[in-house]
Design a protein around this ligand. Structure first.
Ligand code: CA
Length: 257
Protein backbone atom coordinates (compact mmCIF):
# COMPACT_ATOMS: atom_id res chain seq x y z
CA UNK A 1 0.00 0.00 0.00
CA UNK A 2 2.68 2.43 1.03
CA UNK A 3 4.62 1.99 -2.15
CA UNK A 4 1.61 2.24 -4.38
CA UNK A 5 0.08 5.26 -2.75
CA UNK A 6 3.36 7.03 -2.83
CA UNK A 7 3.32 6.64 -6.60
CA UNK A 8 0.05 8.50 -6.88
CA UNK A 9 0.38 12.25 -7.25
CA UNK A 10 -1.15 14.09 -4.28
CA UNK A 11 -3.77 15.72 -6.52
CA UNK A 12 -5.26 12.38 -7.48
CA UNK A 13 -5.57 11.33 -3.84
CA UNK A 14 -7.28 14.60 -3.13
CA UNK A 15 -9.59 14.18 -6.10
CA UNK A 16 -10.55 10.69 -4.89
CA UNK A 17 -11.44 12.00 -1.48
CA UNK A 18 -13.47 14.85 -2.90
CA UNK A 19 -15.35 12.48 -5.18
CA UNK A 20 -16.14 10.27 -2.21
CA UNK A 21 -17.78 13.14 -0.39
CA UNK A 22 -19.91 14.16 -3.37
CA UNK A 23 -23.04 12.29 -4.43
CA UNK A 24 -22.14 8.92 -5.81
CA UNK A 25 -23.13 8.36 -9.40
CA UNK A 26 -25.44 5.55 -10.31
CA UNK A 27 -26.31 4.46 -13.82
CA UNK A 28 -29.56 2.57 -14.34
CA UNK A 29 -29.96 0.53 -17.52
CA UNK A 30 -33.60 -0.59 -17.54
CA UNK A 31 -36.17 -0.48 -20.31
CA UNK A 32 -39.29 -0.30 -18.13
CA UNK A 33 -39.96 3.35 -17.36
CA UNK A 34 -42.06 2.60 -14.28
CA UNK A 35 -39.25 0.63 -12.68
CA UNK A 36 -36.65 3.18 -13.68
CA UNK A 37 -38.78 6.02 -12.27
CA UNK A 38 -39.17 4.25 -8.94
CA UNK A 39 -35.42 3.67 -8.76
CA UNK A 40 -34.56 7.23 -9.77
CA UNK A 41 -36.87 8.53 -7.07
CA UNK A 42 -35.60 6.16 -4.36
CA UNK A 43 -31.91 6.61 -5.10
CA UNK A 44 -32.20 10.32 -5.89
CA UNK A 45 -33.84 11.03 -2.54
CA UNK A 46 -30.86 9.34 -0.86
CA UNK A 47 -28.51 11.83 -2.45
CA UNK A 48 -27.24 9.71 -5.32
CA UNK A 49 -26.76 11.24 -8.75
CA UNK A 50 -28.78 8.98 -11.00
CA UNK A 51 -28.65 8.64 -14.76
CA UNK A 52 -31.03 6.39 -16.67
CA UNK A 53 -30.58 4.69 -20.03
CA UNK A 54 -33.28 2.43 -21.38
CA UNK A 55 -31.12 0.66 -23.96
CA UNK A 56 -27.98 -1.39 -23.41
CA UNK A 57 -26.00 0.41 -26.10
CA UNK A 58 -26.79 3.84 -24.65
CA UNK A 59 -25.76 2.64 -21.21
CA UNK A 60 -22.51 1.25 -22.57
CA UNK A 61 -21.78 4.54 -24.27
CA UNK A 62 -22.56 6.49 -21.09
CA UNK A 63 -20.25 4.25 -19.06
CA UNK A 64 -17.42 4.75 -21.51
CA UNK A 65 -17.63 8.52 -21.24
CA UNK A 66 -18.83 9.28 -17.72
CA UNK A 67 -17.72 8.39 -14.22
CA UNK A 68 -20.11 5.89 -12.64
CA UNK A 69 -19.84 4.46 -9.12
CA UNK A 70 -22.42 1.73 -9.49
CA UNK A 71 -24.48 0.21 -12.27
CA UNK A 72 -28.02 -1.13 -11.85
CA UNK A 73 -28.49 -3.42 -14.82
CA UNK A 74 -31.68 -5.07 -16.05
CA UNK A 75 -31.16 -8.58 -17.40
CA UNK A 76 -33.89 -8.33 -20.05
CA UNK A 77 -33.18 -5.36 -22.30
CA UNK A 78 -34.66 -4.78 -25.75
CA UNK A 79 -31.35 -4.60 -27.61
CA UNK A 80 -29.11 -6.99 -25.64
CA UNK A 81 -29.11 -9.12 -22.51
CA UNK A 82 -27.79 -7.71 -19.28
CA UNK A 83 -25.44 -10.69 -19.08
CA UNK A 84 -23.87 -9.91 -22.42
CA UNK A 85 -23.66 -6.22 -21.59
CA UNK A 86 -21.95 -6.98 -18.28
CA UNK A 87 -19.36 -9.08 -20.09
CA UNK A 88 -18.63 -6.18 -22.42
CA UNK A 89 -18.43 -3.74 -19.53
CA UNK A 90 -15.97 -5.97 -17.70
CA UNK A 91 -13.55 -5.58 -20.60
CA UNK A 92 -12.89 -2.01 -19.55
CA UNK A 93 -14.47 -1.39 -16.15
CA UNK A 94 -14.69 -2.86 -12.66
CA UNK A 95 -17.71 -0.73 -11.75
CA UNK A 96 -19.94 -2.60 -9.25
CA UNK A 97 -22.94 -4.13 -11.03
CA UNK A 98 -26.27 -4.99 -9.46
CA UNK A 99 -28.57 -7.03 -11.69
CA UNK A 100 -32.33 -6.67 -11.81
CA UNK A 101 -33.83 -9.97 -12.84
CA UNK A 102 -37.38 -10.85 -13.77
CA UNK A 103 -37.16 -14.55 -12.97
CA UNK A 104 -35.65 -16.65 -10.24
CA UNK A 105 -33.96 -18.89 -12.84
CA UNK A 106 -31.86 -15.98 -14.01
CA UNK A 107 -30.28 -15.86 -10.57
CA UNK A 108 -28.62 -19.20 -11.24
CA UNK A 109 -27.00 -17.75 -14.32
CA UNK A 110 -25.80 -14.70 -12.47
CA UNK A 111 -24.29 -16.85 -9.77
CA UNK A 112 -23.04 -19.60 -12.05
CA UNK A 113 -21.52 -17.52 -14.80
CA UNK A 114 -18.41 -15.59 -14.13
CA UNK A 115 -19.82 -12.31 -15.27
CA UNK A 116 -18.58 -10.28 -12.36
CA UNK A 117 -21.87 -9.15 -10.85
CA UNK A 118 -21.90 -7.79 -7.32
CA UNK A 119 -25.48 -8.44 -6.39
CA UNK A 120 -28.87 -9.11 -7.88
CA UNK A 121 -32.47 -8.33 -7.05
CA UNK A 122 -35.46 -10.29 -8.31
CA UNK A 123 -38.46 -8.26 -9.51
CA UNK A 124 -40.73 -7.15 -8.00
CA UNK A 125 -38.63 -5.40 -5.38
CA UNK A 126 -39.07 -2.46 -3.08
CA UNK A 127 -37.09 0.68 -3.91
CA UNK A 128 -36.01 0.73 -0.28
CA UNK A 129 -34.46 -2.71 -0.68
CA UNK A 130 -32.54 -1.46 -3.70
CA UNK A 131 -31.28 1.60 -1.81
CA UNK A 132 -30.07 -0.56 1.06
CA UNK A 133 -28.25 -2.92 -1.27
CA UNK A 134 -26.73 -0.10 -3.28
CA UNK A 135 -25.39 1.47 -0.10
CA UNK A 136 -23.95 -1.88 0.99
CA UNK A 137 -22.20 -2.45 -2.33
CA UNK A 138 -20.76 1.05 -2.36
CA UNK A 139 -19.57 0.72 1.22
CA UNK A 140 -17.86 -2.53 0.35
CA UNK A 141 -16.39 -1.26 -2.88
CA UNK A 142 -14.82 1.68 -1.08
CA UNK A 143 -12.99 -0.88 1.04
CA UNK A 144 -11.73 -0.17 4.54
CA UNK A 145 -12.13 3.42 5.71
CA UNK A 146 -9.41 5.80 4.62
CA UNK A 147 -6.46 5.78 6.93
CA UNK A 148 -7.32 2.49 8.58
CA UNK A 149 -4.41 0.13 8.70
CA UNK A 150 -4.17 -2.63 6.14
CA UNK A 151 -1.95 -5.11 7.91
CA UNK A 152 -1.39 -7.42 4.98
CA UNK A 153 -0.01 -4.75 2.74
CA UNK A 154 2.75 -3.83 5.09
CA UNK A 155 4.08 -7.36 5.15
CA UNK A 156 3.08 -8.88 1.84
CA UNK A 157 5.66 -7.94 -0.70
CA UNK A 158 4.57 -10.89 -2.81
CA UNK A 159 1.30 -9.08 -3.32
CA UNK A 160 0.69 -5.40 -3.56
CA UNK A 161 -2.81 -4.12 -2.96
CA UNK A 162 -3.80 -0.78 -4.44
CA UNK A 163 -7.05 -0.13 -2.62
CA UNK A 164 -7.65 3.24 -4.23
CA UNK A 165 -7.85 1.64 -7.63
CA UNK A 166 -9.06 -1.74 -6.45
CA UNK A 167 -6.35 -3.80 -8.04
CA UNK A 168 -3.76 -6.27 -6.86
CA UNK A 169 -0.25 -6.82 -8.06
CA UNK A 170 1.44 -10.22 -7.83
CA UNK A 171 5.17 -10.60 -8.47
CA UNK A 172 5.02 -7.06 -9.86
CA UNK A 173 2.27 -7.91 -12.37
CA UNK A 174 -1.18 -6.37 -12.09
CA UNK A 175 -3.78 -9.14 -11.97
CA UNK A 176 -6.76 -8.99 -14.28
CA UNK A 177 -9.36 -10.07 -11.72
CA UNK A 178 -13.14 -10.21 -11.88
CA UNK A 179 -14.97 -8.38 -9.12
CA UNK A 180 -15.45 -11.51 -7.04
CA UNK A 181 -11.91 -12.65 -7.52
CA UNK A 182 -10.70 -9.25 -6.41
CA UNK A 183 -12.92 -9.24 -3.31
CA UNK A 184 -11.95 -12.78 -2.32
CA UNK A 185 -8.23 -12.24 -2.85
CA UNK A 186 -8.27 -8.90 -1.02
CA UNK A 187 -10.05 -10.60 1.90
CA UNK A 188 -7.36 -13.30 2.01
CA UNK A 189 -4.71 -10.59 1.82
CA UNK A 190 -6.14 -8.78 4.81
CA UNK A 191 -5.49 -11.84 6.97
CA UNK A 192 -2.58 -13.75 5.50
CA UNK A 193 -1.85 -17.17 7.01
CA UNK A 194 -5.39 -17.28 8.48
CA UNK A 195 -7.78 -19.95 7.31
CA UNK A 196 -10.96 -18.30 6.08
CA UNK A 197 -14.02 -20.43 5.53
CA UNK A 198 -15.93 -20.30 2.28
CA UNK A 199 -18.69 -18.61 4.22
CA UNK A 200 -16.36 -15.86 5.42
CA UNK A 201 -15.07 -15.35 1.91
CA UNK A 202 -18.58 -15.34 0.51
CA UNK A 203 -19.72 -12.82 3.13
CA UNK A 204 -16.98 -10.47 2.09
CA UNK A 205 -17.93 -10.66 -1.54
CA UNK A 206 -21.68 -11.07 -1.48
CA UNK A 207 -24.47 -9.15 0.24
CA UNK A 208 -27.10 -11.82 0.36
CA UNK A 209 -26.26 -14.13 3.27
CA UNK A 210 -28.94 -16.58 2.15
CA UNK A 211 -26.97 -17.17 -1.03
CA UNK A 212 -24.75 -19.82 0.45
CA UNK A 213 -22.93 -21.18 -2.55
CA UNK A 214 -19.72 -22.87 -1.48
CA UNK A 215 -18.99 -23.95 -5.00
CA UNK A 216 -19.12 -20.36 -6.19
CA UNK A 217 -16.22 -19.54 -3.89
CA UNK A 218 -14.36 -22.58 -5.19
CA UNK A 219 -14.93 -21.41 -8.75
CA UNK A 220 -13.55 -17.98 -8.01
CA UNK A 221 -10.59 -19.42 -6.12
CA UNK A 222 -9.88 -21.56 -9.17
CA UNK A 223 -9.96 -18.45 -11.32
CA UNK A 224 -7.59 -16.57 -9.01
CA UNK A 225 -5.20 -19.54 -8.92
CA UNK A 226 -5.12 -19.76 -12.70
CA UNK A 227 -4.23 -16.08 -12.94
CA UNK A 228 -1.52 -16.32 -10.29
CA UNK A 229 -0.13 -19.39 -11.99
CA UNK A 230 0.19 -17.59 -15.28
CA UNK A 231 2.57 -15.19 -13.57
CA UNK A 232 4.41 -17.65 -11.34
CA UNK A 233 3.79 -21.27 -12.43
CA UNK A 234 5.97 -22.81 -9.72
CA UNK A 235 4.14 -21.38 -6.74
CA UNK A 236 0.55 -21.46 -5.47
CA UNK A 237 0.18 -19.13 -2.49
CA UNK A 238 -3.46 -20.13 -1.91
CA UNK A 239 -3.72 -23.10 0.44
CA UNK A 240 -6.82 -25.30 0.51
CA UNK A 241 -7.83 -26.57 3.95
CA UNK A 242 -10.16 -29.47 3.42
CA UNK A 243 -13.55 -28.90 4.99
CA UNK A 244 -12.39 -25.56 6.39
CA UNK A 245 -11.62 -23.08 3.69
CA UNK A 246 -8.64 -21.27 2.25
CA UNK A 247 -5.66 -19.28 3.42
CA UNK A 248 -2.97 -17.23 1.81
CA UNK A 249 0.61 -18.37 2.31
CA UNK A 250 3.14 -15.59 1.90
CA UNK A 251 6.10 -17.59 3.18
CA UNK A 252 7.44 -18.24 -0.31
CA UNK A 253 7.72 -14.60 -1.05
CA UNK A 254 11.43 -14.88 -1.71
CA UNK A 255 10.91 -17.74 -4.11
CA UNK A 256 11.94 -15.61 -7.01
CA UNK A 257 14.78 -13.65 -5.52
CA1 CA B 1 -36.60 -5.38 -18.98
Amino acid sequence: MIAQQALLPPQSLLADREAEQMGERILIIEDEAAIADALIYALGSEGFEVHWCHLGRDGLDWLQHNPVDLLVLDVGLPDTSGFELCRQIRQFSTVPVMFLTARKEEVDRIVGLEIGADDYVVKPFSPREISARVRAILRRSRGPANGSPAPAEATASLFEHDQQRRRIRYHSHWLDLTRYEYLILSTLLQRPEHVLSREQLMDSAWDDPSANFDRVVDTHIKGIRAKLKRIEPAHDPIVTHRGLGYSLDLSNRQARQ
